[in-house]
Design a protein around this ligand. Sequence first.
Ligand SMILES: *Cc1c(COP(=O)(O)O)cnc(C)c1O
Length: 405
Amino acid sequence: MKHNNFEFDTYFKNYPDKDGFFGKYGGSYITEDLKKAMDEITEAYFTICKSSRFIGELRRIRKEFQGRPTPISYLERLSKSLGNVQLYVKREDLNHTGAHKLNHCMGEALLAKYMGKKKVIAETGAGQHGVALATAAAYFGLECDIYMGAVDIKKQAPNVARMKILGANVVEVTDGLATLKEAVDAAFAAYSRDYKDSIYCIGSVVGPHPFPMMVRDFQSVVGIEAREQFLEMTGELPDAVVACVGGGSNAMGMFSGFLNDPVDIYGIEPLGRGTALGDHAASLKYGTEGVMHGFNSIMLKDENGEPAPVYSVASGLDYPSSGPEHAFLHDLGRVKYDVINDDETIDAFFSLSRMEGIIPAIESAHAVAYGIKLAKQMGRGSVLINLSGRGDKDMDYIIEKYGIR
Ligand SMILES: *Cc1c(COP(=O)(O)O)cnc(C)c1O
């Protein structure tokens, strides 16, 4: 069907195009060496991942190892407290390891196995992607090198321990500020040296082609399941769908199930402490077009045009850009991108915990907060929220910073 005069019937056939572009966004702005490696992955993706053997194996793994399909839960007490809008959550917190990231990591690692690679390489900031990839590597018997800034290693001790227990090699990066940006550079450099035996596994719908497409496709299981489940539960489609956007993988997974439907779609970015540069990570709302980490998108820049420092209470959302497909859907007007600040997020974190018995990841609490806001505005109808992960990882921080409410 058409939205704003743009035809979505053939959307997945046409986007991205063969060079990885969603309109003017995406592509691959990388060195020739890396380009060769990425072309190999693209080729393998279209031959291997589209084969019935691969699809069959991934389906079995999702069911028997990950625990998919994850359910949809109706938030009865929270909905009633807000009026006549029905709120539902897609329970990616119940996916093995407690978040959606394992969906694309299992796909990427299975591809690595089919390609005969021995090792998976990635960077991690807060450690969530590292843990998901280390899990996938352990399952498939692959080596796993996770590059992580020294500062982040100190901050994220439980995730570092999880990665090590799972058998991953955590490589400490001490260059520059020793955080995510330096870890990305170090991981890419290691991959350029070693791409014959290894594969780089990006943690969201970002980076050079084919990753925004590949990660979206692996995550689309979330939206496909959710659409079927919602129809079965209620006989209708939801009026609105909501997901938080960092790099944008959980959101693209959910949204891809509903792009061609008469459903309003909302991507929620973190407004953090406020609108000043450095106090938030709302790149689609406040950013401009630009290239970073090998792809063209909408990004937050400092005065030199470099990726700006960003902040959010949710470490999984503090990235100065978003996937190119989000930039495209933003410009098309198909998805409305809006913001939720730290305080609204923490309120929603406690509301969902107290009224429904579900402790959300702080990232996911941004989407819950927006669902609550929408419920108050809409008056009636239904909202489906992607609960991208569980909040166990955030509990110590919340209690230390905000106390028990
Ligand atoms: C990493 C993470 C996110 C943000 O990543 P996206 O690619 O934007 O989905 C959101 N929620 C949880 C629980 C995460 O771990």
